[in-house]
Each structure stands twice: as structure tokens, then as C-alpha cells.
Design a protein around this ligand. Structure first.
Ligand SMILES: Cc1cc2nc3c(=O)[nH]c(=O)nc-3n(C[C@H](O)[C@H](O)[C@H](O)COP(=O)(O)OP(=O)(O)OC[C@H]3O[C@@H](n4cnc5c(N)ncnc54)[C@H](O)[C@@H]3O)c2cc1C
Length: 494
């Protein structure tokens, strides 16, 4: 009997992970269809005259998740890329001459907190002991569950674990029960912003992110984050995954509740026994399927709390920059009004916080000699009107602050500039409302409350990626691909 053919849509972290796991352990052939001309999805890269820009993720956190990923195939990250631990991990800039360099060393970090708030070092020890426990249960167990039924979580030990992990308390309250100085509170609340909501609306379970930040560290793959994608593609090819780029799926054709074939924009059709959709869930659910086979209504999607979109600038600067680190968080304005503009009353924010990354400080290969690779990111509400005028307005607004706070002229030294926002997320990835990071990890969008990884109406259609379990971010997307691959193999005897 011929092997079953699995088609994976999308070559982001989740699609690559699903395809490689299936090709490795499943008794099947695997084809991966990608609409763009290169792999990686939100983690693509582009080059311009010696500047090499990572287009999306820049923080390499949870190195153990990447180790586990490659270990599944008897490999190590170092078989594909070289990691450097950053020290300082990052800088938090509260204003002019008011910067905290976050040391990689835990003792130095304790000392820094103690100098800001007496007693904070001892409180940090308690906070981190609990965060470590959450990390171990959360990342090594909970996120690996497909979350298709409550019964998966119905064990007395797990229920006890969940209570101990404060899933019903907000991260904001949790942090404030250990620390009171505003600088420390903001620092400890920062990691959950990766989960697409503010600390008020993220369960305290996610202090596991602080453990990842403080104890496990911030790393950087030499030559950039896209090296991870290159390694994953090499491994997928070794396992026999067939890649087809410039292959945008336009329609999934379903007969009697079973997907039969995929129609590509080029007119080509591809037969499939099983489909794993790693493209944005909403796009597949609402645009690739006939309405009768859609899992969720437009109203359901509209009510989801999406993680933010972003306005990004990729800049080439023809001189070296001072007073900046590899990662820089500009907290020189209060978070409240910016968060309100993202989540409560969606609008362009009056005084946005922003993030600046200068990977050329660590890595000379990403910019020409004597120059700097500068990446700027402003988190924004999804679905805003995205115009050239607005992009320019915000470019100048944050460049003014960047120049003033770091005490140098930058604008006149910019020799390359590209902006990227909602319209690009939509046209490049079919991103729902132009989101950057998928669905927020609020309590009501956790585990079984997320869009399901299996279609309810099409028996051989599965989903993976940052809009389903376990959630947004590179490590969760890697895990998402693994979780769906296991479900596909189990249910289809592959
Ligand atoms: C600006 C930015 C910064 C980020 N920073 C970080 C960070 O520092 N650290 C971190 O851990 N995470 C970060 N993230 C989040 C992380 O990048 C994502 O969670 C992750 O890359 C999502 O992977 P994915 O596979 O779910 O989706 P994607 O990467 O979007 O992959 C989906 C793929 O499907 C393809 N596709 C879509 N429609 C079709 C179709 N019809 N036919 C064929 N193919 C299709 C798309 O082209 C794309 O390649 C960041 C994201 C962004 C955007």
C-alpha cells in the first residue's frame, strides 16, 4: 500500500516543526507548501548591501526548547548554528541617563535589584523558585498537551499543580506581591508582553517567562535568528520533506467532510490524505474553506484578543552607535496609555514605548564594517489604518527620542530604510487584522479555550502555529508543530 501524503501549509516554525516530525516518525510522505519565495514565515530575513535583517523574532529565549527540538532527531542546535549568551541580556531605558543593564549573572542581577529596593534580592529568590516550578510544569508538560478535551487535565496531581501555578491570579498582582519599586515592577512585567497582553490580563502562571529571562538567559545565534530556520529546513530536507515555494494555497477542496486536494494560486492542484495548516488559522478557516467547513464564525474571530501588530523599521546606519546594547527596551514613557491604545481603545498611541535592536553590536556579519544594523519595533493595535504618513510620523517621533536619549545624531546617518506594518503582515502572511504575534495568551484563550488544533468539520484537517495551542512565540510554535504531528500520527496510524 502506498504511503499517505501529508501536506503542510506554511514554512514558519510551526509548519517546519510539524513537517519534520511527520517525515521522521510517520509512515507518510510530506510536502510543505509556502506562498513566499523563502522559508521562515515571520522569521524570514532579507539583505541589502551588506546589511542582513532578521524580519521578525530577535530574542532567543528558552534554549532548552530548541535543544529538545533538535534532540528529537538526534541533533543539537550547534550542528546548525552557534549560540552566544548576551551579557548584558538587554538594557531597559527609563529616560536620559537612566538605563539599567540587565546582567546575565544571577548574583549580579540580585545585587542590582537589592540596590534599587532593599529586600528585593531575597524576594527574587522566592519569586524565581516558584517561577522555576511553573516553567518545569508549564514548558515540560502542559504546553505539550493537544488541549482538545478537559479530560487531558483531569488528574489530581495536575489540578494541584494548576492551583500552585496561580492560573487565576494576574501577573500584575503577582509581581506586586513581591516587589514595589516601579522600575523593578516594570522590569518583571516586561516578559509577558511577549504573550500578547499586559500583565493585568495575563495569568501569573506566566512568571515562568521571568525564569526563562533571568535564569535561562538571552541568547543569539551568530549570523542572526534566521540561522535557526536554515537549520530546520536542512533537517527537514534530510528527513525527506519536499518544499514547494511560491505555492500559495487558494482553496482546500472538501468532499463529504474530507479534504481531498489543495488548489494553488498557480492553478496547480495537489492531492492530500491529511492537511496540517500552519498558515494563520483565521485565513485557513475563513478563506481557504467553504463556509460550511469553517470551524468558527466571523463573530468568534472578531471577539478573540489578538496579540499586537507592530510598526517595524529596518535601518542601515553608516556609523557605529553609542549608548545602545544588542536589545534595548525604551520604557521612557508610561505603559498604561500605550496599552490602552493597543487593547482597550484601539488607536495609534500618543507616546509609544518601543524596542531597538542592534545585532551588529554582537555580530559583525550583519552590517558592513564600521556600520550598524538597527531594528526598531513599536507594538500597535491590530487592524489600524496603516498609511505611509503614519509610518513616517512615528518614525520621526521615535527617532527624536532615540537620538535625544542616546545623545547622538542617527537620522542623517541612515543609508537604508524599510518600514513594515499591518498591510505587510496581511499581504505577506495573510495575517488576521495584520497581527504580528498571533493570539494573546489570556486566561480565556489558554489550552482548550484556544482555537482547536483539529477541525471539527473536516476529518483530515489539523492546525498548528501561533493562533492555536500552545500560543505565540518561537518556542511555543516549535512545540505546536510537534504536538500536532503526534496527534496526526496517532489518529491516522502513521
Ligand atoms: C516583528 C516580530 C517580532 C517577534 N519577536 C519574537 C521574539 O523576539 N522571540 C520570539 O520567540 N517570538 C517572536 N515573535 C513571534 C514569532 O516570530 C512567531 O510566534 C512565530 O514565528 C510564528 O510562527 P508560525 O509558524 O506560527 O507562523 P508564521 O511564521 O507566520 O508561518 C506561517 C507561514 O504560512 C505561510 N502562508 C500563509 N498563507 C499561506 C497560503 N495560503 N499558502 C501557503 N502558505 C501560506 C506564510 O507565508 C508563512 O510562511 C515575533 C514576531 C514578529 C512578527
Amino acid at each position: 500500500m502506498s504511503k499517505k501524503h501529508v501536506v503542510v501549509i506554511g514554512s514558519g516554525f510551526a509548519g517546519l516543526s510539524a513537517a519534520t516530525h511527520l517525515a521522521d516518525k510517520g509512515n507518510c510522505t510530506v510536502t510543505l507548501l509556502e506562498k513566499n519565495d523563502s522559508p521562515g514565515g515571520r522569521a524570514r530575513k532579507f539583505e541589502h548591501q551588506g546589511f542582513v535583517f532578521d524580519m521578525g523574532p530577535s530574542w532567543y529565549w528558552m534554549p532548552d526548547v530548541f535543544e529538545s527540538y533538535f534532540a528529537n532527531f538526534g541533533k543539537k542546535p550547534s550542528d546548525y548554528y552557534d549560540l552566544i549568551r548576551l551579557d548584558p541580556s538587554y538594557a531597559v531605558i527609563y529616560g536620559e541617563h537612566d538605563t539599567l543593564d540587565i546582567p546575565a549573572d544571577l548574583n549580579e542581577f540580585r545585587g542590582m535589584l537589592e540596590s534599587i529596593e532593599p529586600g528585593a534580592a531575597a524576594n527574587l529568590d522566592k519569586f524565581l523558585a516558584q517561577a522555576k516550578y511553573k516553567y518545569e510544569v508549564g514548558i515540560h508538560d502542559l504546553v505539550h498537551r493537544p488541549s482538545r478535551s478537559l479530560f487531558e487535565f483531569a488528574s489530581p496531581r495536575l489540578l494541584l499543580d494548576m492551583i500552585r501555578m496561580d492560573i487565576f491570579q494576574s501577573m500584575s498582582k503577582h509581581v506586586r506581591s513581591y516587589f514595589s519599586h516601579d522600575k523593578i515592577v516594570r522590569l518583571m512585567e516586561f516578559p509577558v508582553l511577549f504573550l500578547g497582553e499586559t500583565a493585568n490580563n495575563i495569568p501569573a502562571l506566566y512568571s515562568l517567562m521571568n525564569y526563562a529571562d533571568i535564569a535561562l538567559g538571552t541568547w543569539y545565534p551568530k549570523k542572526g535568528m534566521h540561522e535557526i530556520i536554515k537549520g530546520m529546513v536542512a533537517l527537514a530536507e534530510e528527513k525527506g520533506v519536499q518544499f514547494k515555494y511560491n505555492s500559495e494555497v487558494e482553496k482546500i477542496e472538501v468532499v463529504n467532510g474530507k479534504a481531498q486536494q489543495l488548489k494553488l494560486r498557480s492553478g496547480e492542484t495537489i492531492q492530500a490524505d491529511i492537511i496540517v495548516a500552519g498558515a494563520d488559522y483565521h485565513h485557513v478557516d475563513k478563506h481557504l474553506l467553504d463556509p460550511a467547513y469553517s470551524n468558527y464564525t466571523e463573530d468568534y474571530w472578531d471577539k478573540r484578543v489578538m496579540a499586537p501588530s507592530s510598526l517595524l523599521f529596518y535601518l542601515g546606519v553608516n556609523k557605529r552607535l553609542k549608548n545602545l546594547r544588542h536589545h534595548n527596551l525604551f520604557f521612557d514613557e508610561p505603559l498604561g496609555p500605550h496599552a490602552d491604545a493597543i487593547y482597550t481603545n484601539p488607536r495609534w498611541p500618543e507616546k509609544p514605548l518601543f524596542y531597538a535592536s542592534v545585532p551588529s553590536i554582537t555580530d559583525p556579519t550583519v552590517a558592513p564594517e564600521g556600520m550598524e544594523n538597527l531594528f526598531l519595533l513599536i507594538p500597535l493595535a491590530p487592524d489600524l489604518e496603516d498609511t505611509e504618513e503614519m509610518r513616517e510620523k512615528y518614525f520621526h517621533m521615535i527617532l527624536d527620542r532615540l537620538e535625544k536619549i542616546t545623545g547622538q545624531e542617527i537620522r542623517s546617518h541612515i543609508v537604508y530604510k524599510r518600514s513594515y506594518a499591518h498591510n505587510d503582515f496581511k499581504s505577506d502572511y495573510h495575517a488576521f487584522k495584520g497581527n504580528a504575534y498571533g493570539l494573546a495568551n489570556t486566561l480565556l484563550q489558554t489550552a482548550i479555550l484556544k482555537p482547536s488544533l483539529k477541525s471539527k468539520k473536516v476529518s483530515n484537517l489539523y492546525y498548528t502555529g501561533q493562533l492555536t495551542v500552545p500560543g505565540p512565540g518561537v518556542p511555543p510554535s516549535l512545540i505546536s508543530g510537534h504536538v500536532v504531528a503526534k496527534e496526526v500520527m496517532k489518529e491516522n496510524n502513521l
